[in-house]
Design a protein around this ligand. Structure first.
Ligand SMILES: Nc1ncnc2c1ncn2[C@@H]1O[C@H](COP(=O)(O)OP(=O)(O)OP(=O)(O)O)[C@@H](O)[C@H]1O
Length: 872
């Protein structure tokens, strides 16, 4: 459904793009306009392509403008009369304004020559009033041009419409001597509007003449292009802005490295200097090229480019005419092709919208925009076709954004991975297990076991040294040779162990850099039936694929002696799994101890590592500590995330060094203990907050096992219910066989914040309530509240604390940690009740609590409570 919405949004975006294209240029802000101009500048500047140059254009520069009219009259007479037109150009354009009354000779020579234009503009007739003010169809009648000189002179007064980013010219013919506001010369006008009339430019006139389009139909679409239909039916389009100005690439011809592109003659040095020669019938070879050419006469700088000279117009006209003659103007794109591109883009945008991760969406949007720019540039360079970049880019970005908001995806339920391994969460899930990953993990297990073995051996060597030294002291025998050789061995082993640790570290990093989650890969190979059969006798019931995979991995890892970490919310079965792992391991008949890492940390430290008699006041006896008590066995450390930094430091030393040093002892005792740690915290977060040692985290996190919360595996509920019915039938002497459908429905609806332990309590109470002889648990027997409250206390340390507080025999706990713990637990219970009441609605819950939503949210995140879980 969401994909469909996204797809239609894509189509919609395509329609928007098409709409933008076919409407007149959309009202872009001045800012955007500026960007557009700058992008054009950029293209012009970096268009390194050498332009095609028409050899039809010849430029005659007037070096010295004194007696200009006479000079031009002499020149005109010369080239139009000599040898019956041997030098006669096709068109001559004077880039000057002359007053007919003052320059009679020149005007009369020019007007009789027939192909000489000395004005700057011509007026043309608008054929009809277009219903659409934006479109101006007209017929260009070149034959009329120049007949009425008054138009020429009137045109001198034209003031172009002023525009922030466009040229303000002083009059037709003087255009583009002024730069745009940003100092760049950009345009040449094809058309100018003056007193309600439109005027065409000299350049246009000359170009039309040369192209033999003495009479053409033109349609001027301000802001888009001028369409010129030639007599032979072919047409061309010249893009113009809304003021009739043509975008012209001044880079053409301005490449000074390649020299001046057009052939240039100097009026005084090349042309008039040969006057006598020419009149005698000898035409210098260099001047022959004027015949049949477009001759532009004007004064100016050395180069026919419009950037520095005071009269740069011939450069502009030459460029412009060259552009038309060589077809280098930017053409419009075929509508079919264009629509095709837009629809494709729209659909891709739609697809991008269908992806739920916002950053992928943004990346895709940018990628699409990048593709579009690349296509637009490619099309521009290859075909000289212009794709409207800016509006389309804007549309792509906007549509992606809007669609991102509209196509909302529900928050993803936290998966096993997301809690178990936040880093690896980012990685792709894969179905098959590549052999090399399994291989890699096996190697890691081997290294870890090897490390353990070698550390134990190292310990025994150190022990030997100690014993020898003690014996030497008592029997005065010299053992120094043996001691030296042992110490040598110890050093060698230490180096070996260092190497192994480095190797382990490297492999661990490799795991982290793999593009997928290692447990997922390794766990994907398992036989569900075998796993169910293996775990059922231990009272572990499940039907959930992920849990079965976890059990498969637990079985594999369980057989080894490596330290393990079991993660999961309270009541998900971590302890149960730890017990089973121990049962499956070779240490099953060795001692096992469970320690809740909570309460007074000093006491716990003493519990774990022990002390020597007299180590501190009140230490009347030696104390072994749990590590030594369970030597060769298994130590389960519950809620390892609660450990103080001191204990963490001693723990990693003990775990790595395989030796425990009780308080007050100089030397450590070797111990071979397998540690299984459990936690309901996100240890990585604790590491980030500086509350958990990174090395200890890595020590355990290499082989993590994660148990899903019950709300994410509700398919387990019926099996679990049956399991607990059987268990509590025995205890309460009942004969219940099953739960009714209504009861099961009720159980399915519940979100189980207390997980399986909560379910167990609900069933236990229901069984207790059921009448003797009844065979079915009914919905009425199910009640959650009390169970919730009981299971609500999730921190085992909390209970320890409270017990210690109430039991006068026990040591009084320290106030500060007690206060923090109790407060945190109360906050947690309170928040959970509130969220349940408001079905996960944070805003309402915060109002109820009299807190700002942000404060409430912060509190939830500190307590690691996800409101989504109460959204039912
Ligand atoms: N898959 C299961 N099948 C049957 N019983 C289960 C299962 N998982 C948990 N239980 C039962 O639920 C109860 C809670 O399990 P356990 O104490 O192992 O959870 P925990 O995660 O260690 O809890 P906490 O973090 O609060 O210590 C136990 O009675 C256990 O037997």
């Amino acid at each position: 459904m969401k994909r469909l919405i996204a797809f239609f949004l894509g189509i919609f975006s395509a329609l928007v793009m098409i709409g933008i294209h076919y409407s007149t240029i959309p009202p872009l802000s001045q800012f955007l306009k500026k960007i557009e101009l700058q992008s054009l500048d950029y293209r012009m500047k970096y268009a390194k392509k050498v332009p095609d140059l028409s050899d039809a254009i010849k430029i005659v520069l007037v070096n010295d403008a004194t007696n200009l009219s006479d000079k031009l009259a002499a020149f005109t007479r010369l080239i139009t009369t000599v040898q019956e037109g041997a030098l006669k150009p096709k068109v001559i354009g004077f880039n000057y304004r002359f007053d007919a009354s003052e320059h009679e000779e020149l005007i009369s020579i020019a007007s009789t020559a027939g192909n000489i234009y000395y004005g700057y503009s011509f007026q043309f007739q608008v054929e009809e009033e277009s219903p659409n003010q934006d479109i101006l169809p007209f017929r260009l009648e070149i034959t009329n041009i120049g007949d009425d000189n008054s138009n020429v002179f009137e045109a001198q007064q034209v003031q172009l419409p002023s525009h922030k980013y466009l040229t303000t010219a002083r009059g037709i013919g003087f255009v583009n001597t002024l730069p745009d506001v940003d100092g760049v010369f950009r345009r040449i006008p094809l058309f100018l509007r003056y007193q309600g009339n439109w005027y065409g430019s000299l350049s246009l006139l000359i170009a039309m003449e040369y192209l033999d389009v003495g009479s053409v139909d033109m349609t001027f679409y301000p802001g888009q292009y001028v369409e010129i239909t030639k007599i032979d039916g072919t047409f061309m389009k010249i893009p113009v802005n809304q003021y009739g100005e043509m975008l012209i690439d001044f880079a053409y011809g301005s490449d000074k490295k390649n020299g001046v592109p057009f052939e240039i003659f100097s009026m005084e040095n090349d042309v008039l200097a040969y006057q006598e020669q020419i009149l005698n019938g000898v035409i210098p070879e260099s001047l022959r090229s004027l015949q049949g050419a477009i001759v532009l006469v004007g004064s100016g700088g050395r180069y026919p480019i419009p950037l520095s000279a005071s009269y740069p117009l011939i450069g502009i006209h030459a460029n412009f005419i060259n552009t038309i003659l060589t077809n280098q103007f930017i053409r419009d794109l075929s509508p079919v092709f264009f629509v095709g591109v837009l629809v494709l883009l729209g659909m891709l945008t739609g697809l991008a919208c269908g992806i739920h991760r916002w950053w992928i969406k943004i990346l895709l949007g940018l990628l699409l925009a990048g593709c579009y720019v690349a296509v637009a540039f490619g099309v521009f360079y290859q075909f000289k076709l212009l794709l409207p970049i800016l509006p389309v880019l804007l549309t792509i970005c906007l549509t992606t954004l809007i669609a991102g908001i509209v196509v909302r995806h529900p928050a993803q339920p936290k998966t096993a991975k997301s809690q178990a391994q936040p880093i690896k969460e980012k990685k792709r899930k894969i179905k098959a297990a590549p052999d090399d990953v399994v291989e890699l993990e096996n190697t890691l297990i081997e290294i870890r076991e090897d490390l353990d073995r070698k550390s134990i051996r190292l310990r025994s060597k150190i022990e030997e040294v100690r014993i020898l030294q003690e014996q030497a002291e008592s029997n005065h025998y010299d053992y120094s040779r043996q001691v030296v050789s042992l110490q040598k061995e110890i050093r060698a082993r230490e180096i070996e162990i260092k190497g192994l640790i480095a190797k382990e570290e490297e492999l661990r990093r490799q795991f982290e850099n793999l593009p997928f989650n290692v447990p997922d890969v390794v766990q994907s190979r398992y036989n569900p039936e075998a796993i169910v059969q293996l775990f059922a006798p231990y009272g572990f019931v499940t039907n959930n694929d992920y849990i079965l995979r976890t059990l498969a991995r637990a079985e594999k890892l369980g057989k080894t002696s490596v330290a393990l970490l079991i993660q999961g919310e309270p009541g998900t079965g971590k302890k149960l799994l730890a017990h089973i792992i121990r049962q499956l391991s070779s240490r099953h008949n060795r001692p096992m101890l469970e320690v809740i890492c909570a309460g007074d940390m000093d006491l716990l430290e003493d519990d774990l590592f022990g002390h020597r008699k007299g180590a501190f006041p009140g230490a009347d006896e030696h104390r072994m500590g749990f590590f030594r008590k369970v030597d060769e066995g298994t130590l389960v450390l519950e809620e390892i995330g609660n450990l103080s930094m001191e204990i963490q430091t001693r723990l990693i030393q003990t775990a790595r060094g395989k030796a425990v040093r009780p308080l007050g002892e100089d030397l450590g005792f070797s111990v071979d203990v397998r540690i299984i740690a459990t936690t309901s915290h996100n240890l990585q977060d604790l590491v980030a907050k500086g509350l958990f040692r990174e090395d200890l985290y890595h020590y355990f996190s290499v082989f993590p096992l994660y148990l899903l919360p019950l709300r994410e595996r509700k398919e387990d509920i019926p099996m679990l219910v049956n399991h607990f019915i059987a268990k509590y039938n025995l205890i309460h002497s009942k004969i219940v066989e099953r739960a009714s459908d209504d009861a099961l429905n009720l159980l399915f609806q519940h979100q189980w914040p207390g997980n399986i332990i909560e379910l167990e309590k609900v069933i236990e109470r229901a069984i207790a309530e059921v009448n003797p002889g009844e065979r079915e648990l009914a919905a009425k027997n199910i009640s959650f509240e009390e169970a919730n409250l009981n299971s609500g206390i999730t921190d085992p340390g909390m209970l320890n604390y409270l017990l210690a507080l109430m039991d006068s025999q026990r040591e009084l706990p320290a106030y500060q940690p007690l206060r923090e713990k109790v407060l945190a637990e109360i906050q947690r219970l309170y928040c959970v009740r509130l969220l349940r009441l408001h079905q996960g609605n944070v805003k309402n819950a915060s109002i109820d609590a009299g807190l700002k939503p942000e404060t409430f949210k912060k509190m939830l995140s500190e307590l690691m409570i996800d409101p989504e879980h109460y959204h039912y």
